[in-house]
Design a binder for this molecule. Structure first.
Ligand code: ATP
Ligand code: MG
Length: 328
């Protein structure tokens, strides 16, 4: 069976875009594949966060993913730093990773430009750590967006290089697993193409109803349709895309007809959209609150996840040590 692995950066909170674009699909993948979901806290060290922030952000993201429906009974959910086997594999991969190729990675060049005083070796070897994350479970499918495509190329390079170097067929070559056909791209409400943390235009899963209403009512619109059955300009299409995600087909069709016969009132549409977002997010928000209030439970789930992950990781490492020539 395919082994699916996804790393989650513990930065910030989940928003509607993350949910419809990724997490909702992850929840379904759990029934189809052997899934590993891990919180990439080692990766976050490149920017030197404070110890208390590291602990808190891992718990925050864990609570939110569980609230969305990631299920520790179906999947292996763990925190990267709880599985030290990864680091040993990282060392082996680094021995066959070359400065020139690492320096050419676009995300490294970008980060080096943005933080010229902190171009550390961890930043440079981000692709080998990511390769170790993937290969430690001999994962075959990795759901990633376009921005991770180059890192996936590197993971394939290191898997192939290991296999060739030792004349083995040990690591499966991990494939990028596009969620494009499964997820929905969620637009921003400010007229920008995409909802995103960097864009600062997010509806967060933990937002309470008043906040959601305020954000939706502020959404950018236009002067209204200029002719019957006309094409929707982007800002209006954005609202309909959101309706398509959270509302019933009847609701969507109702406003679509109103657009087509030019009787649409954006205030009504926004009110309905806000309500449907609230109805969608309320159970998730309540579960986030429950998990967040129970750090003992969160820590236990993380620990049990790590135990499961370490069984798979230790097996890989035993094989790798044997292949390389170390005592096992
Ligand atoms: P950043 O601004 O820091 O890049 P982000 O809000 O774009 O953050 P990511 O952490 O980059 O979020 O994305 C996590 C996952 O959520 C990815 O799989 C990404 O494709 C998906 N995702 C993020 N924003 C959206 C969106 N607006 N619509 C659909 N999917 C999204
Ligand atoms: Mg992004």
């Amino acid at each position: 069976m395919d082994i699916v692995l996804s790393g989650i950066r513990p930065t910030g909170n989940l928003h509607l875009g993350n949910y419809y674009g990724a997490v909702k699909s992850f929840v379904k993948l759990q029934d189809e594949f052997n899934c590993y979901f891990f919180i990439a806290d080692w990766h976050s060290l490149t920017t030197h966060p404070k110890p208390e922030d590291i602990r808190r952000s891992a718990r925050t993201i864990l609570a939110e993913y569980l609230a969305c429906g990631l299920d520790p009974k179906k999947s292996t959910i763990y925190i990267q730093s709880d599985v030290p086997e990864t680091i040993e594999l990282y060392l082996y991969l680094n021995m066959n990773a070359y400065l020139g190729e690492l320096e050419r990675v676009t995300s490294f060049k970008e980060k080096a430009r943005k933080q010229p005083d902190n171009v550390n070796a961890g930043l440079l070897t981000y692709p080998t750590l990511m390769a170790a994350d993937i290969l430690i479970h001999r994962s075959t499918k990795v759901p990633v967006g376009k921005d991770q495509e180059q890192n996936m190329e590197m993971a394939r390079l290191y898997a192939n290089r290991f296999n060739n170097k030792y004349g083995v067929d040990y690591f499966p070559i991990p494939q990028s697993f596009s969620l494009a056909g499964r997820g929905i791209k969620i637009p921003g409400l400010d007229g920008s193409g995409k909802m995103g943390k960097s864009e600062g235009n997010c509806i967060y899963l933990y937002d309470d109803p008043a906040v959601i209403r305020k954000k939706v009512m502020r959404a950018v619109t236009d002067a209204g349709p200029q002719a019957p059955n006309s094409e929707k300009p982007e800002v209006i299409q954005n609202l309909f895309t959101l309706l398509g995600a959270v509302s019933s087909k009847e609701t969507y069709d109702y406003f679509d007809e109103k657009w087509n016969d030019m009787s649409i009132r954006y205030g009504d549409l926004k009110k309905q959209l806000a309500q449907d977002i609230i109805d969608t997010l309320t159970p998730i928000r309540e579960r986030i609150a429950e998990y967040s209030a129970n750090t003992e439970l969160l820590d236990r789930i993380a620990l049990e996840g790590a135990e499961k992950a370490r069984v798979s990781a230790a097996k890989t490492l035993r094989d790798v040590r044997e292949i390389i020539g170390f005592r096992v």
